[in-house]
Design a protein around this ligand. Structure first.
Ligand code: CO
Length: 134
């Protein structure tokens, strides 16, 4: 059911420093910061030959990234995103298997303008999984 790895998202305490590190030290192609107010994040996209990295930084008071950074102040992997062909079919299959979808279980439009869902990390070995319909 799941396809390609779409991206790995890393929560970072200092977005400018992290973007500069990926650009200058690691030599990656790094985009400009984009505010995503409906998700409570500012994102920097990094294009790699085989996938993307997203640097996530809190935006606003109710950001889900802030709680993560409170627990891990130096940052860390926040989630990984797998591609699916049909997000509603994927959701129904997961719910039928007993997995939990975070939130209202209706896909939201994600940072790439495509429908996304998040799966409960306790159901997937401690890893927050995002599914994106491509
Ligand atoms: Co993501």
């Amino acid at each position: 059911m799941i396809g390609r790895l779409n991206h790995v998202a890393i929560a970072v305490p200092d977005l400018q420093a992290a973007a500069a590190q990926y650009r200058d030290t690691l030599g990656a192609r790094v985009g400009a910061p984009q505010d995503e107010p409906e998700h409570g994040v500012t994102v920097v996209f990094i294009e790699l030959p085989n996938t993307k990295i997203e640097l996530l930084h809190p935006l606003g008071d109710a950001s889900p990234i802030q709680g993560f950074l409170d627990k891990q102040p130096s940052g860390g992997i926040h989630h990984i995103c797998y591609e699916v062909d049909d997000i509603l079919a994927a959701r129904d299959r997961l719910l039928a298997s007993g997995a939990r979808v975070l939130g209202p279980a209706e896909p939201k439009i994600g940072a790439h303008g495509k429908p996304v869902l998040f799966l409960h990390p306790k159901d997937f070995n401690g890893c927050l999984i995002e599914l994106e319909q491509t």
